[in-house]
Design a binder for this molecule. Structure first.
Ligand SMILES: [Zn+2]
Length: 395
């Protein structure tokens, strides 16, 4: 049975590891120590990493009543200097303790129960509560109460009890026998086997960065300590750079972005109108230049790199003229886009016209009687236009 030294000394990171047994299986090379400061994955908290001798500890987990340390290379039985990676452990402890604080605060202030949590020192930690939605007011209230507990710098105690009824647990444990209690002095009692900080002040500032609804629960994503620092650092940099780009102060950022957005929307609307007018003029010019074939008119044009949407709009404008058949093409250097359109009185089908043009070069596309579009790897547009002329003539 491995003695869990991290229970009583969560701040100790250096010790002598006595490797008394080794095990190799599909998870790697494992070693067992009679006692350890390495925390194994469990209770929503991820395992520690570190070193034993010259080997890296890459994983740690509980198996039966033993803790298996997975190393990146084999080592022989014996005593080695061992070290837990403090940065990772501290971040885990800040978030684990932060989770106790948030769970306690949501329970006391809003009557919400913690359903589950996932503790992470690298990405925001999550807690799921038994309520579908949380208002901005409720979140603000919980954040303030949580940070108040941090600033009060309350002592956090860890101890074992034999009788669970002797402790006013927030969520009474389901098991009997010896239970480890984590107490935020005078505020919250919960059963937990993880690593926690000795005082709430060490958690640093707590901030909820996101909430989401999952089935009938609300999940909060929060950051603590150094992760909060990194979060605000990033937010401040983004705000500063945006303000600098707009040549204004950070305090004017929101107002300026809103007004610029309104101006952009109105400019986009204006641009849309102007484009429409330009297309209308273009269509009129094409009508004037259209070739008479019997009682019909043929408008053809080849463009360079013109987007398919615009070709289609232009073709739609052309087909309102009586007798009009339009074949518009755009070549981007490798692919030809084709749009065909026929006025109602021509009794020609734009789709049939298109399919006829696409067939020689295995192009793809489709449409209806009025308008059709498609394309493929064709290069000779003149042949297509010539072919159109024959088709219109013979119709
Ligand atoms: Zn805990």
């Amino acid at each position: 049975m491995t003695k869990k030294l991290y229970f009583d000394e969560p701040m100790t990171t250096e010790f002598t590891a006595d490797v008394i047994e080794t095990r190799r299986d599909e998870r790697g090379f494992g070693v067992i120590l009679p006692s350890t400061f390495f925390y194994p994955t469990g209770g929503g908290q991820s395992h520690d990493t570190g070193s034993i001798g010259t080997a890296r500890v890459v994983d740690a987990f509980i198996e039966g009543d033993e803790i298996i340390h997975i190393l990146d290379k084999e080592i022989a039985l014996g005593s080695y200097p061992a070290k837990v990676d403090w940065e990772r452990r501290f971040a885990n402890m800040q978030h684990h303790t932060g989770q106790h604080i948030f769970s306690a605060v949501f329970w006391k202030e809003l009557g919400l129960e913690t359903i589950s949590s996932h503790i992470s020192g690298e990405t925001p930690t999550t807690i799921d509560f038994n309520k579908e939605t949380l208002s901005a007011k409720e979140i603000a209230l919980a954040e303030k109460a949580a940070n108040r507990l941090v600033f009060e710098n309350r002592v956090i105690k860890a101890y074992f009890v034999e009788n669970k009824d002797s402790v006013p647990f927030r969520r009474p444990p389901k098991v009997d026998g010896e239970i480890r209690v984590i107490e935020i002095e005078g505020y919250d009692y919960s059963a937990c086997g993880g690593t926690h900080l000795p005082q709430t002040g060490m958690v640093g500032m707590l901030k909820i960065v996101r909430t989401e609804r999952i089935n009938k629960k609300t999940r909060i994503h929060f950051v603590a300590g150094w992760q909060t620092f990194a979060f605000f650092d990033e937010v401040q940099k983004a705000a500063q750079e945006s303000a600098q780009f707009l040549a204004i102060g950070i305090d004017a950022l929101k107002e300026t972005v809103e007004s610029q957005y309104t101006q952009l929307k109105s400019a986009q609307n204006e641009l849309k109108k102007l484009r429409e007018m330009k297309l209308e003029i273009e269509a009129q010019k094409m009508v004037q230049l259209a070739e008479p074939i019997g009682e019909k008119w043929l408008a053809t044009s080849l463009f360079e790199n013109r987007n398919a949407g615009e070709l289609r709009s232009l073709a739609m404008k052309l087909r309102v003229y009586p007798g009009m058949v339009a074949v518009l093409a755009s070549f981007d250097g490798s692919k030809l886009s084709l749009v065909t359109a026929c006025a109602d009185d021509t009794e020609l089908s734009a789709n049939e016209l298109l399919q006829d043009h696409l067939a020689p070069f295995n192009g793809r596309g489709g449409g209806d009687k009025s308008i059709a579009q498609g394309g493929g790897a064709a290069t000779n547009v003149d042949d297509i236009f010539k072919h159109t002329k024959e088709m219109v003539r013979n119709s």
